[in-house]
Design a protein around this ligand. Structure first.
Ligand SMILES: C[S@@+](CC[C@H](N)C(=O)[O-])C[C@H]1O[C@@H](n2cnc3c(N)ncnc32)[C@H](O)[C@@H]1O
Length: 280
């Protein structure tokens, strides 16, 4: 009997549910409230890359082979990022948010879904240039262990630095971007000036507890993967984590469900979706 071509493969709701349950019970990651279409697409890509011919082969594969699961997680997690991604967002932070943070004796920031670290380092750079990094701490989390290890290493390619330099300039940066790195043969290593204020850690947001007393949370390009239920649940977690007056930055591609806006959050920058927690 001819085997079905991978390009013709589909994943039924039942198969997807079985895979999600298998992952949850074996590894503890909960994908039950991820948007199903993009999840399906990513799983199909994985099946193709692993040279499998069906999801019924994938399930035992990931159950018994943690490395196969890591490859699947890498595909689902999309750890794509840039230094100063969406330069206008960082321009807004410089102009509107940093002047407020400057008035605080301590600054606690959480970067959720930080991928390979560029977003956390970009924030550390802004705080450094504003002269307030010495009393700031940035917590940066992602559920992808490989991405967190790369973030902790802080090693980037010429291409990443070139794009970072461009974005940094577009965001209003005036200094030589390369001064924040040490060049080592083919690679650029992030300087201690920026890394010393960041604590990277592995964490699955779907199962996270509130992180108290925060002045800002950046959660950009992550809600796009979540369904409405998980977006609202995460928004409540963020509102519990932020101090009154704290900022929630979602970035230009995402917005907060209307459920929370009138009660807890006020929009302070519409284009960049920056909200402020305000007493109701
Ligand atoms: C597209 S990247 C965005 C990176 C960065 N925030 C940015 O905007 O450039 C999304 C990141 O979210 C992470 N992620 C996805 N689901 C997550 C979860 N449940 N908990 C923590 N991180 C998650 C992925 O591993 C990935 O690194």
């Amino acid at each position: 009997m001819a085997t079905q071509g991978v390009d013709a493969l589909t994943i039924s709701d039942l198969e997807l549910d079985l895979l999600i349950k298998a992952i949850y019970h074996r590894y503890g990651f909960d994908f039950s409230h991820y948007k199903r279409d993009s999840l399906r697409r990513r799983i199909l890509l994985s099946i193709k890359k692993m040279n499998l011919s069906s999801i019924s082969q994938l399930i035992p594969n990931i159950l018994w082979d943690p490395q196969a699961f890591e490859r699947l997680l890498e595909e689902i997690s999309v750890p794509v990022t840039e230094f100063f991604r969406d330069p206008d967002f960082y321009h807004a932070l410089r102009e509107k948010i940093i002047p407020v943070l400057k008035t605080y004796p301590k600054i606690r920031i959480w970067v959720v879904g930080c991928a390979t670290g560029e977003e956390a380092y970009s924030l550390a750079l802004l705080l450094h240039e504003a002269g307030i990094s010495h009393h700031a701490i940035i917590y940066a989390s992602d559920f992808n262990q490989t991405a967190i290890t790369a973030a902790q290493q802080g090693i980037y390619s010429d291409k990443q630095i070139e794009l970072g330099e461009h974005n940094y300039r577009m965001s209003g940066g005036q200094k030589p971007f390369s001064q924040y790195f040490k060049k080592n043969q083919m690679h650029w290593h992030i300087s201690d000036t920026l890394s010393q204020h960041i604590h990277f850690f592995v964490q699955d947001l779907t199962q996270a507890e509130p992180m108290p007393h925060l002045h800002m949370i950046c959660c950009r390009n992550l809600f796009i993967y979540f369904d409405k239920h998980l977006q609202v649940k995460s928004s409540y977690l963020f509102s519990e984590s932020l101090l009154t007056g704290g900022y929630l930055a979602l970035g230009p591609k995402e917005s907060l469900g209307t459920q929370l806006i009138p009660k807890v959050f006020q929009l302070v920058d519409e284009h960049n979706r920056i909200y402020r927690k305000w007493p109701s």
